[in-house]
Design a protein around this ligand. Structure first.
Ligand SMILES: C[S@@+](CC[C@H](N)C(=O)[O-])C[C@H]1O[C@@H](n2cnc3c(N)ncnc32)[C@H](O)[C@@H]1O
Length: 242
């Protein structure tokens, strides 16, 4: 069970939330239709976030990225547990694709002190990206969680050439959660991954398998990348792959 508390957003400050408790299994997260615009979900991702809970403003009016998605939760937990100790993120550039409202990037920014700053001065440059329609909500969530000094938001539409902020230097880590859900976008996503990734880039790609076509996407990118599955029995039951 994911710990999740929801409320309607009444102000721009997380501290003024009047939350009503509402719990649901992670596997059901993607089925929350008719989500009221401006609802706030508060979560520690089952205790993964030890410093502050994530406060996510959810709003589906500009696209499906405006809510919590199960693969986003798994990817955030994995990344945090892998990089929690040590300084492996020092000097690294991380680009998240299809961030949506931002569960993955926001959770990482809240929990890992290494995130933020200039890579030439030992920081970790972390970008959340998405298409234009999602930018406003993403930026709102970054400020709502007080992360505007640590996380950068950038427009990266898979249908367009790579923006300058991505292309200007090699990218060390690419994150993508639940970006496999709309078949016509698969070739665009594949091209974007191939354009960004250099020989030393690691792509952490997490998705919930919903249709057969999702596996066709994996089969196709397997030809371009060396791929290793990170197995987890609990997530396998929910068809969430990393
Ligand atoms: C299912 S949502 C997942 C959101 C988020 N990663 C999460 O796990 O909560 C898929 C995301 O992919 C984004 N997306 C779809 N097509 C895109 C495109 N052409 N360029 C950039 N992002 C795109 C959507 O806007 C949306 O935010």
């Amino acid at each position: 069970m994911a710990d999740v508390v929801n409320s309607r957003s009444r102000s721009s400050s997380p501290s003024s939330l009047g939350a009503t408790e509402f719990k649901f299994p992670e596997g059901l997260v993607a089925h929350r239709e008719n989500l009221p615009a401006g609802r706030v979900t508060a979560t520690t991702l089952d205790g993964t976030l030890t410093k502050a809970p994530l406060q996510l403003i959810e709003d589906l009016s500009n696209g499906c990225g405006g809510q919590l998605w199960p693969a986003g939760i798994r990817l955030a937990k994995y990344f945090i547990s892998r990089y929690r100790n040590g300084d492996e993120l020092t000097g690294k550039r991380v680009i998240e694709l299809g961030s949506g409202g931002g569960v993955t990037g926001l959770a990482i920014g809240l929990e890992l002190d290494q995130i933020g700053g200039d890579i030439d001065e030992g920081g970790c440059e972390f970008w959340m990206t998405d298409m234009q329609a999602m930018m406003e909500l993403m930026e709102k969530n970054v400020s709502f969680n007080g992360l505007q000094e640590r996380i950068r938001c950038g427009l990266l539409d898979w249908a367009d050439p790579l923006p300058e902020f991505v292309a200007r230097r090699p990218v060390d880590i690419v994150l993508a959660a639940d970006c496999v859900y709309f078949e016509p976008a698969f070739p665009l996503l594949e091209k974007t991954l191939c354009d960004i990734a250099g020989p030393d880039t690691e792509v952490l790609f997490c998705f919930k398998k919903r249709r057969r076509a999702d596996m066709r996407f994996i089969k196709s990118i397997r030809k371009r990348f060396v791929m290793t599955e990170i197995k987890d029995e609990i997530y396998a039951r929910e068809s969430i792959y990393l």
